[in-house]
Design a protein around this ligand. Structure first.
Ligand code: G3P
Length: 214
């Protein structure tokens, strides 16, 4: 499973890039707004830090306007992936962008039929939001169940659209995404930090450190 970092914070991306295990970056309007910087400028800087897919989201609008904005983002760098909302206008935009060889990530996916429609439009990626589904339902596995169902549906038909498990809240979501067959997990920086930790690793290191002193 590929690891993308889900942030628009340059310091977080710079730190994570030094680990050598981050395959790409996803941003969204909320993450960009949090940084208080211009989207184009932020995306341009991210391309200097990570050599992999970098999602930049177009504003919800009629398809023609989204396509126009997408073309301007796509010119920034060949690694740019256009994030498109899961609406009929988004589907139309995805179809047009796909015909022009521009890669897309259809976002705000909450069902298998939505994922199938996005794939049919030629989406490179679909992003089911597992954390928001778990927030919305009593089950702690509803989000990863959706990823698993999309995996089965895509595999049934040889659909090559990749599944990004998004809206990850904690390390257990990363485990669930991997077991459900997600191609990618896009992970907030604080969850990436948590992923390296285990109390028995910490304890084991302390034991080895003591032994080494002797
Ligand atoms: O990649 C989508 C993700 O950023 C949404 O996360 O935490 O706003 O549900 P969240």
């Amino acid at each position: 499973m590929q690891f993308f970092i889900d942030t628009a914070n340059i310091d977080e991306i710079r730190t994570a890039s030094t680990w050598g295990i981050i395959d790409g970056v996803t941003t969204n309007p909320s993450l960009i707004a949090r940084e208080g910087r211009n989207l184009g400028e932020t995306i341009r800087e991210i391309t200097t830090l990570i050599d992999g897919p970098i999602s930049a989201e177009v504003q919800e609008a009629p398809a023609e306007a989204m396509v126009k904005e997408a073309f301007s983002f796509a010119q920034i760098h060949p690694n740019i992936i256009i994030k498109v909302p899961m609406t009929f206008e988004g589907i139309k935009a995805t179809k047009t962008l796909s015909a022009h060889g521009i890669k897309t990530n259809v976002t705000l996916v909450f069902s298998v039929p939505q994922a199938l429609m996005a794939a049919k439009a030629g989406a490179t990626y679909v992003s089911p939001f597992i954390g928001r589904i778990d927030d919305f339902t009593a089950s702690e596995r509803a989000g990863s169940d959706l990823v698993q169902d999309i995996r089965i549906a895509f595999d049934n038909y040889g659909i090559e659209t990749k599944i990004i498990a998004a809206s990850i809240r904690h390390t257990q979501h990363v485990t669930q995404a991997a077991l459900a067959g997600a191609d990618v997990a896009t992970i907030p920086f604080r969850v990436l930090l948590d992923m390296i930790e285990h109390p028995l690793t910490t304890k084991g290191l302390a034991i080895f450190r003591d032994a080494a002193k002797k």
